[in-house]
Design a binder for this molecule. Structure first.
Ligand code: ZN
Length: 64
């Protein structure tokens, strides 16, 4: 997935990136969240949720 794209939709991202470090039991996951103009005010939790959905979609597409 390109970092030039918004994490939540297919629009071009503007240059605002948020790094999220997520710790679960044994592993640390780093997320880079990019936002387009529409999602500039979207909070991190919501961005992460949308990013996850997009990644699931992406995997499904690759599997076909
Ligand atoms: Zn967006």
């Amino acid at each position: 997935m390109s970092y030039d794209m918004c994490s939540a939709c297919d629009k071009k991202a503007i240059d605002v990136r948020t790094e999220i470090i997520e710790r679960s039991d044994s592993k640390i996951t780093k997320w880079i969240v990019c936002r387009c103009e529409d999602h500039i005010d979207t909070n991190v939790e919501e961005m992460r949720r949308l990013l996850r959905l997009r990644q699931e979609e992406f995997k499904k597409r690759l599997a076909k």
